[in-house]
Ligand binder design. Structure first.
Ligand SMILES: Cc1ncc(COP(=O)(O)O)c(C=O)c1O
Length: 369
């Protein structure tokens, strides 16, 4: 993976580790996907679990997003308080304590929620009917990830028939999340085709399906071009990360967020220790260069391997071109997986051409309920 070093001099004043967002790159990512959705004639409903940040949600909506995708009610509550009017919880909401919160949210903003079994649907229906409300549900289809969702064909049809009979629920559509596969273009096309076929099958059985919601950062474009798909839900695109670069879905220049870290020790010529460990970077790693698995990619030094993390330390195996790094020097790390990385931080420091412009709170961080 190649990477271009950004000027670090003006970041010297920042305390570390810090999450630094390049606003030019962020705005370009938001604009690129908004333009794609417009051209393809599909709705864009970004998954905001990536940024958990009100200011970024507002920018996505201003660029044309119809609303947000989220997983947890707590995230949706934060976004609703900030003025977001339309949320899809692409997640099975299960557990008594959640239901009053869900219904209260649905009184304030437009809410849809994922369902993949009668066991999930029935308590939702009872709670909605008791409150005199109707809750929009979206049936989850497993197109190969092996997580939530019912199989296409008879299992989906059987679920749709059961849910259609429940007072208090309305079937708004179907959705899927396919995850990461070696050929994202082919995987996305197939994802879209499966979902359009399933929507048609349900309609023939008399079940109205308005929304056919698909996609992720790797598959969203190909899936979004399939006629009959109505909505795409990319999340990671807003920042991108080393994993997206590895899958060929983004370039290092399109990675809008880095963990800024400082060298705190140089125990040997080919080792540097950073002030960012698993509490700043998460413990996720990936095969980003021939050096072996690394906990992220250091911008400008793509073959350096962050080979080991402790909670507050990250150890780097330095390539020859990085051996000039001294104690106190800054490095920018493109995270392995940006979404959980952001969840660890309280704030995002926003820079434009190396100058700090704003600081945004990660307002929905740790909202896992
Ligand atoms: C249900 C659902 N939709 C959309 C997304 C967004 O995918 P990505 O972050 O790869 O763009 C995710 C990611 O986890 C997801 O779980």
């Amino acid at each position: 993976m190649s990477a271009v070093a950004a000027p670090l001099a003006e970041l010297e004043t920042l305390d570390t580790p810090a999450l630094v967002v390049d606003l030019d790159r962020l705005e370009a990512n938001i604009a690129r996907w908004a333009a794609f959705a417009r051209e393809a004639g599909v709705k864009l409903r970004p998954h905001a679990k990536t940024h958990k940040c009100v200011e970024i949600a507002r920018r996505q909506i201003a660029a044309g997003a119809v609303g947000l995708t989220l997983a947890k009610i707590g995230e949706a509550e934060v976004m609703a308080r900030a003025g977001v009017r339309d949320v899809f919880l692409a997640y099975e909401v299960v557990g008594g304590p959640k239901l009053p919160r869900l219904l209260s949210l649905a009184r304030d903003v437009s809410v849809r929620v994922g369902v993949d079994s009668p066991e999930v649907a029935e308590p939702l229906a009872e709670a909605a009917a008791r409150a005199g409300a109707t809750l929009d549900v979206v049936l989850e289809v497993d197109t190969g990830l092996g997580r939530c969702g019912v199989a296409p064909g008879e299992p989906l049809l059987a679920l749709a028939r059961r849910v259609a009979r429940l007072r208090g629920l309305r079937i708004a559509g179907i959705f899927t999340y396919r995850g990461y596969r070696p050929d994202p273009e082919a995987a996305g096309r197939e994802e879209g085709e499966i979902m359009v076929r399933e929507a048609e099958r349900l309609r023939k059985a008399g079940i109205p399906v308005d929304e056919v919601s698909v996609g992720s950062t790797p598959t969203g474009r190909a899936a979004g071009r399939v006629p009959g798909v109505t909505e795409i839900r990319p999340g990671t695109y807003v920042f991108n990360d080393a994993t997206q670069v590895r899958w060929g879905v983004a370039t290092p220049d399109e990675c809008a967020l880095v963990v800024l870290a400082r060298v705190i020790s140089r125990p040997s010529p080919d080792v540097a220790v950073l002030d960012a460990g698993s509490k700043a970077l998460t413990a996720e790693k990936g095969p980003f260069s021939s050096a072996g698995d690394s906990h992220g990619v250091i911008r400008g030094y793509p073959d350096c391997q962050i080979d080991r993390l402790w909670e507050e330390h990250g150890r780097v195996r330095l390539t020859a071109d990085a051996r000039h790094l001294r104690v106190g020097d800054l490095v920018e790390i493109i995270p392995t997986h940006v979404c959980p990385t952001v969840n660890l931080a309280r704030q995002l420091v926003c820079v434009r051409r190396g100058r700090v412009e704003e600081t945004w709170a990660v307002a929905a961080r740790a909202q896992v309920q």
